[in-house]
Design a protein around this ligand. Sequence first.
Ligand SMILES: [Zn+2]
Length: 393
Amino acid sequence: MNWDALLGQEPAKRYLRSVLATGRRAHAYLFKGPVGVGKRTAAGIFAQALLCEQPAGKDTACGRCKACRCFLAGTHPDLIRLRKFTEAGGEVGAHEPVIRLETVQYVCEQLHRSPMMARQRVALVPEAQRLCRGQAEPANAFLKTLEEPPPAAAIILTSSQPEGLLETIVSRVQAVQFRRLAAGEVRAGLASLAAAKSETERDLAAALADGSLGQALELLTGDLRNWRAMVLSGLEKLDPREGLQFGLMLWTLADAEGKRLFQAKKESGASAADEELSPDDESGAGEGAAKTEAGWKRYVLQRLLEVCELCFRDGLVCAAVGGTLQPPQSALLLQPDQQHLAQTLARRFGDVGCQKALAAVREALLAVRLYVRGDVVGRALAGKLVEAMSTGA
Ligand SMILES: [Zn+2]
């Protein structure tokens, strides 16, 4: 893989290439930024370049040497991935909720060994905040290696929730910021990765994806399109007397779809390694969606709430300009195909109500991330939406 595989992200790309060209690398990096913008792609490109056999000073891997071939086949002996220490074995997928102590110990021990093929050993730790979730030992064990890193070790952490990392870890790694992609960049990415879809469909997905290529791919190919349609029609019909129905609908949908996805994944038997290499990988289930059924339900609920968030943001824009949008103003909408809904929400909620609704949706998203039960989240959200509607009316 070379840098062409990474869409946009010019400052990060420039910085990492200069690190490779000068050979002055830090012992550990943290690639941080939103989901689906290329952090793990960049980590792969960077890791391959570090392991490549060509002389130092090149800013990208050659793609032809034995090291590159091993890397691409996933068998390079100096590339350290998160191994699972359970009966099932295999790798810790990016979607598992925590990284356990045994895995951290394995990575640290591997980093202390001499390189077998390359000049250095490279460890990849995706969604690194999972080191710190509700458990002290893994983070502390990892911290020890960060404090006294073996000279031939390079550690690449990625995280879409860097606020979940311990300050002591963050202070010992070189941060590299990844940003939301411009809509044009997402469109360019879709043109090559989803060429089979029509341009209209791709443009809409790019507009809805909020700067995440992963999310856009999912909108085009995945279930998200259907889920979105259900949320939109639910909001369209939202009625103060039946507000609780909406919360129930969200949860029922998340429950059924989560169950279905869990079964489907189980049957397809996709291994963690496959997940790691699939292109839409970062889009993915986000951490926490693991292989568990509950994780998949949370995943679906999160996507549904994100759609609600976009709708109320558009409603707020619409309310702010007095409830109707003239042609140039509709460009302000995040969901340009849903102008009618934005106007409906603006009318029913008013701007104060839209603000309240938006806050309630964001609270619900946070609650899902904090593992609050989905039915509770749905009910609480519905109650607040009804309240918000009454302020607007
Ligand atoms: Zn090479």
